[in-house]
Design a protein around this ligand. Structure first.
Ligand SMILES: CC(C)(COP(=O)(O)OP(=O)(O)OC[C@H]1O[C@@H](n2cnc3c(N)ncnc32)[C@H](O)[C@@H]1OP(=O)(O)O)[C@@H](O)C(=O)NCCC(=O)NCCSC(=O)C[C@H](O)C(=O)O
Ligand code: MG
Length: 288
C-alpha cells in the first residue's frame, strides 16, 4: 500500500558532492535522491555514479528511502547508470523526462537483474507526458513503477512558463498528476522550490502541495527539510478531528450508520477511512 510510508521530504543531492553525501546521513529527510542527472556536470558523471553506488552500499542512512536519479536512457550515460543502480540495492531508481508509457516499460525491462524490491519512479517534467499521465501511471500493473515526481523546472523550460510563487501555470498539472497517481495507487511528490533562502515562499509552496494531495515535496537544500516535514505531517487539529470521527463511528448508537454528526459537521464512512489513514501516517511518523 503506497500510503503506508511517510515521504514528506525528498532531498536531492548531487552525487558528485561528497560533502553532501556524507551530510545526508545526518539530515531528517524521509527520502534521499542521489542525482546523476542535471545537478552533475558532464565531466563528473562517471565519478558521481561510483559515489552514489558506494553511498548506497556503505549505508548509514537509517530508515531513509534511498533513490538514485539516472541520466536519461537516450544519453551516453543512461544505460551504464541504470546497470550500476540495479546492482547497488537502492530502494528506487528515478527516471527523468518520462514522455510515454513505453519509456517506463523499456526502463523496467532493463531492470530485470535488479532485486524485486527495487521500484521505478518517474519524473513528470515534459510537455509530452501531460496528456498521457493516466497511461503512464497505468504501467504500474506490469512494471515496478512506484511513484511520480514532478519536475517543475524542466516543465517551465519546455512550456516557456514562469515559476512564480503562486505556480499558476502548473496548477492543472498538479491536479492531474496527483489524480493519475492516486487512480493507480502510486505515491506522488511535488517539484522543488529553487528559492531556498526564502523560507516563507517555500512554506507556502509546501502548503499548496499538501492541499493538492501530494505525499511530500522534493527539496534541494537541508534548510527546507524541517518546514517541509512539519507541513506534510498531520497537525494536531487534523488528528483531533480524525480521533473524533473514529470514536464517533465506534459508538454503539452509530453502528450501521453511513453518515453521522461529529462536532457540528457531517462525517461519512469515507471520512472514517481518511481519519484512519491520517492516524496510521501519524503513527508511522512518530515511530521514526
Ligand atoms: C543549491 C545548492 C547549490 C546551494 O549550495 P551551497 O550554497 O553550497 O549551500 P550551503 O552553503 O547553504 O550548504 C550548507 C551545508 O549543507 C550542505 N548541503 C547543501 N545542499 C545539500 C544537499 N542538497 N544535500 C545535502 N547537503 C547539502 C552543504 O554541503 C553544506 O554542508 P557543510 O559544509 O557540511 O555545512 C546546493 O544546496 C545543491 O547542490 N542542492 C541540490 C541541487 C540538486 O540536486 N539539483 C538537482 C535536483 S532539482 C531538479 O532537477 C528537479 C527537476 O528535475 C526539475 O526539473 O525541476
Ligand atoms: Mg528536471
Amino acid at each position: 500500500m503506497q500510503d503506508a510510508r511517510p515521504r514528506r521530504s525528498a532531498l536531492f543531492l548531487p552525487a558528485s558532492n561528497a560533502r553532501a553525501i556524507a551530510k545526508a546521513r545526518t539530515l531528517p529527510a524521509d527520502v534521499l535522491i542521489f542525482d546523476l542527472e542535471d545537478a552533475v556536470a558532464p565531466d563528473a558523471k562517471e565519478a558521481a555514479r561510483l559515489n552514489a553506488v558506494e553511498a548506497v552500499r556503505d549505508g548509514g542512512y537509517g530508515d531513509r528511502e534511498l533513490v538514485i536519479r539516472v541520466n536519461g536512457l537516450d544519453t551516453r550515460w543512461g544505460e551504464a547508470d541504470l546497470a550500476a543502480v540495479a546492482a547497488a540495492g537502492a530502494d528506487a531508481v528515478l527516471l527523468p523526462k518520462v514522455n510515454e508509457p513505453e519509456d517506463i516499460a523499456a526502463c523496467d525491462a532493463m531492470l530485470d537483474g535488479a532485486g524485486g524490491r527495487m521500484r521505478l519512479w518517474a519524473m513528470i517534467e515534459t510537455c509530452a507526458a501531460l496528456p498521457r499521465l493516466d497511461a503512464i501511471a497505468a504501467t504500474v500493473a506490469t512494471t515496478r513503477l512506484g511513484a511520480f515526481v514532478l519536475g517543475t523546472n524542466d516543465l517551465a523550460k519546455e512550456m516557456r512558463a514562469m515559476l512564480t510563487p503562486e505556480r499558476t501555470p502548473f496548477l492543472p498539472v498538479l491536479t492531474f498528476a496527483v489524480a493519475a497517481a492516486r487512480a493507480h495507487g502510486l505515491a506522488v511528490l511535488d517539484g522543488v522550490c529553487n528559492d531556498f533562502t526564502d523560507i516563507e515562499r517555500f512554506r507556502a509552496e509546501c502548503a499548496q502541495g499538501r492541499m493538492f494531495g501530494f505525499d511530500g515535496k522534493t527539496l534541494i537544500h537541508p534548510d527546507q527539510i524541517g518546514p517541509c516535514n512539519a507541513i506534510f505531517s498531520p497537525d494536531a487539529e487534523e488528528l483531533a478531528w480524525a480521533d473524533a470521527v473514529i470514536e464517533a463511528f465506534a459508538r454503539p448508537e452509530n453502528a450501521g450508520r453511513g453518515a453521522i454528526r461529529v462536532a457540528g459537521r457531517m462525517a461519512e464512512l469515507l471520512h472514517l477511512e481518511q481519519a484512519r489513514r491520517l492516524r496510521r501516517m501519524a503513527e508511522r511518523i512518530a515511530a521514526g
